[in-house]
Design a protein around this ligand. Structure first.
Ligand SMILES: Cc1cc2nc3c(=O)[nH]c(=O)nc-3n(C[C@H](O)[C@H](O)[C@H](O)COP(=O)(O)O)c2cc1C
Length: 200
């Protein structure tokens, strides 16, 4: 498979970066190819401007899709699978990635409302078979389950942002327990990141 990895962390040295590296080694061992979209490195624009807002809301549908957004669409079209790797920040993804969804999931690409006799039908041009979200977190995955945050992550990231735009299969893996940079958890999580790549 060819995988588009969307990566959102500002640091070159971070646990999230180590997760990315381990995941990529696993992907290679399984014979997969990948393209990396490092959103901070790319200085990806995450604020939607007024022109695009008008396009997305239908106030001015003739506004063209921005060139950087088109390039993201092309990377997605070249991929069979989409992988997101980012740290859990305030129970969600970093704003850098949230802005990627705001701008890249454009009307006419990620979703279109078709008026049919049976009512309004939602369609998408996204043909990705598989998506995987890998999210390092300070809290343990068990704690995030207990307090309802893991479920909110699944609802928003997996159901709304992925399955909701036509991705066929999606899952989230929380690599938790990193609050004190615990060495045992670090090792366990990096082995898991490797296996997630190898077994994608
Ligand atoms: C701004 C910020 C917000 C955070 N919010 C959460 C949170 O809501 N829940 C959580 O479990 N961990 C939270 N964390 C901890 C990170 O998810 C955790 O340290 C993760 O392993 C990323 O580490 P890294 O920055 O070394 O890649 C937060 C960290 C930062 C910097």
């Amino acid at each position: 498979m060819n995988v588009y990895i969307v990566f959102a962390h500002p640091g070159k040295k971070s646990f999230t970066r180590e997760v990315l590296d381990a995941f990529i080694i696993g992907l290679g061992d399984a014979g997969h190819t990948y393209e990396l979209g490092d959103l901070y490195d790319m200085n990806f624009q995450t604020d939607m401007d007024l022109a695009q807002y008008k396009r997305e809301t239908g106030l001015d549908p003739d506004v063209p899709v921005p060139e950087d957004v088109k390039r993201e669409h092309e990377k997605i079209e070249r991929a069979d699978a989409l992988v997101f790797i980012y740290p859990l920040w305030w129970s969600d993804c970093p704003a850098k990635l949230k802005g990627w969804f705001d701008r890249v999931w454009t009307y006419g690409y990620a979703y279109t409302y078709d008026d049919t006799e049976a009512g309004v039908h939602l369609s998408s041009k996204i043909t990705i078979k598989k998506a995987l979200v890998i999210c390092p977190a300070g809290h343990t995955a068990e704690h995030l389950e207990e307090i309802g945050i893991a479920e909110s992550m699944r609802r928003v990231m997996m159901h709304d942002r992925l399955l909701g735009v036509g991705v066929k299969e999606a899952r989230i893996e929380i690599l938790g327990g990193m609050v004190l940079n615990d060495e045992t958890n670090r090792k366990k999580n990096l082995e898991r990141a490797y296996r997630l790549g190898r077994d994608l």
